[in-house]
Design a protein around this ligand. Sequence first.
Ligand SMILES: [Zn+2]
Length: 187
Amino acid sequence: MSCKVKALIQREMAKMNNETFDTVKFSDLIDANSEYVQTFKYSELTGSAARGLAIVTCMDSRINPLSVVGMRSGDAKILRNAGARVTEDVLRTLVLATYLLNVDRILVMPHTDCRMAQSEESNIHELIESKFGVDTRSLEFRVTKDQEAALKTDITRIRTYPLIREGVSVAGAIYDVKTGKIDFKSF
Ligand SMILES: [Zn+2]
């Protein structure tokens, strides 16, 4: 077999691997879920937020948004992204949640030691470019150096958004990843 054909086959195989479900990589999830369903106890829940809350927080894996505020499955809607920023998609989801899913209070909760609040937008693009050779500047990551100012802006964005249901309360707080405490802001 020629080198060219070999390379072609290898490339095709790599492509196939990428396009099919990798059961090895996900095996721990598959196993865990088999156990989970044995003791599943949430079949009575509906899709409405039982305690009327939506939390907008960061994707940071140190945050367990429900536990932080004493909620359980079924109680609250959770929206997550890098930096807990209020994007168009967050607004779109909040509009639906406030009209259709019983949400009448919204907590925007970024956290301490957040990668999205330690540098400038350009630094993150440069970091990815230098490590992986990929130019990500067509994306806006919404990085900020002033986390509190960004939080204030994001809260204002929700409060003044004309399509959010009337009477919805919006609060902001910063979650401390070292202590678990949330610091509610007065704005
Ligand atoms: Zn974060």
